[in-house]
Design a protein around this ligand. Structure first.
Ligand code: FAD
Length: 284
C-alpha cells in the first residue's frame, strides 16, 4: 500500500476546512486538504441561507460572539478585495405579538453588550416599507447581509492552491490510528477504489457532520477523549413565488433549535422561507 508523509492534513473541504487550509497554507509547505466528495463544499457549506451574521445572539464574552463580530468585518473586506458579489441588505427581527416584544429588547441589549451598537427599533419604518407584514415590533441590523458563498468557497480553495497546498477531492478518510507521535489516516481514492496511508503530526478535523466520528476514532486511540452525543437536526427551504417583494432579511424571534424560519433573498432576487428544523436519526 502506498504511504505518504505530510506536515499537516485538513480533513473536510467545507468552509471551515477551506478557510483553515488557506491560513495554514502560508505556514506549511507540505499540506493536504482531503475531501470525500467530487467537489468542495457540497454539504452544509453550500446548503444554507448565505447570510453574513452580524453577531446579535451569541453570549457576551463568548468566543462565538468575538469571532462572529470579527469574522463579519474580515468577510466583507475579503469579498470586496476579491470582487465577490454580496449585499449588505440588513436584517429585521420581528415580534408577532405584544407578548413576544420584550424578547426584542433582550436581543438588542445582548447585541449591545457584545459590542454590536448599530441595532435599533424600526417598527414604523418597516410597516410603511412592507405593509403586507403582520407584526408587533421590529428591530433592524444594518450590518447583516448576503453573499455569493459559492464564489467565496472557490476563492478560498484557489488561494490555498496558489500557496502550494494540495486539494485531494473524491478521497475519503476511512480510519485513523495514532502511533508514536504520528497520526495515520487510511484514505480511499473513490475514483479507483484504491487505498493508501497518509501520515501527519497535525490533523485539523473539519469533517462537518462526520467530525464527531473522526474525533471519536482518534480519542479512543489516544485515550483522552471527552464523550459527546450526536443529535442530527434537518431543515428544508421553500421558494416563494408570490407577488410581494422584499429586499431585506426578515427573521422571527429565535427558538431553542434555530434562528427560526426566516425570509431570505439570494443575489438573484429569489425569496426563500426556511429552514425549519426537525430531529432525524441519520444523515440522508
Ligand atoms: C440550514 C442551515 C442554514 C445555515 N445558514 C447559515 C447562514 O446563513 N450563515 C452562516 O454563516 N452559517 C449558516 N449555517 C451554518 C453553516 O452552514 C455551517 O456552520 C458551515 O457550513 C459548516 O461548515 P463545515 O466546513 O464545518 O462543514 P461542512 O460544510 O459540512 O463540510 C464538511 C466537509 O467534510 C467532508 N467530510 C466529512 N467526512 C469526511 C471524511 N471521512 N473524509 C473526507 N471528507 C469528509 C464533507 O464531505 C464536507 O464537505 C447554516 C447551517 C444550516 C444547517
Amino acid at each position: 500500500m502506498e504511504k505518504v508523509s505530510t506536515d499537516c492534513i485538513v480533513l473536510g473541504g467545507g468552509v471551515s476546512g477551506l478557510s483553515i487550509s488557506r491560513k495554514l497554507g502560508k505556514s506549511f509547505k507540505n499540506i493536504f486538504l482531503i475531501e470525500k466528495n467530487n467537489f468542495i463544499a457540497e454539504e452544509s457549506s453550500s446548503r444554507n441561507s448565505e447570510v453574513i451574521h452580524a453577531g446579535i445572539y451569541y453570549d457576551k464574552n463568548s468566543l462565538k460572539s468575538e469571532l462572529c463580530l470579527k469574522g463579519k468585518e474580515l468577510l466583507y473586506r475579503y469579498l470586496r478585495k476579491k470582487n465577490i458579489q454580496f449585499s449588505q441588505c440588513g436584517k429585521f427581527i420581528l415580534s408577532t405579538s405584544k407578548d413576544e416584544s420584550h424578547f426584542l429588547e433582550e436581543i438588542l441589549n445582548n447585541a449591545t453588550e457584545c459590542g454590536l451598537n448599530d441595532l435599533s427599533f424600526k417598527s414604523e419604518y418597516l410597516r410603511k416599507l412592507y405593509p403586507f407584514l403582520n407584526f408587533d415590533q421590529a428591530i433592524f441590523s444594518p450590518s447583516s447581509g448576503i453573499f455569493d458563498s459559492h464564489s467565496y468557497l472557490n476563492c478560498l480553495k484557489s488561494d490555498f492552491e496558489q500557496e502550494g497546498g494540495h486539494v485531494l477531492l473524491n478521497n475519503q478518510c476511512m480510519a485513523i490510528n495514532y502511533e508514536s507521535n504520528s497520526i495515520e489516516l487510511l484514505i480511499k481514492d473513490k475514483s479507483n477504489e484504491e487505498e493508501f496511508l497518509i501520515y501527519t503530526k497535525l490533523l485539523i478535523n473539519c469533517a462537518g457532520l462526520e467530525s464527531l466520528d473522526i474525533y471519536k476514532q482518534l480519542s479512543d486511540e489516544m485515550g483522552d477523549g471527552k464523550s459527546f452525543k450526536k443529535r442530527y437536526v434537518k431543515g428544508d427551504y421553500f421558494i416563494y413565488r408570490g407577488k410581494e417583494k422584499i429586499e431585506h432579511l426578515i427573521y422571527p424571534i429565535p427558538n431553542k433549535e434555530s434562528l427560526g424560519i426566516h425570509v431570505t433573498q439570494d443575489l438573484t432576487g429569489t425569496i426563500k422561507f426556511g429552514p425549519n428544523a426537525y430531529p432525524v436519526n441519520n444523515i440522508d
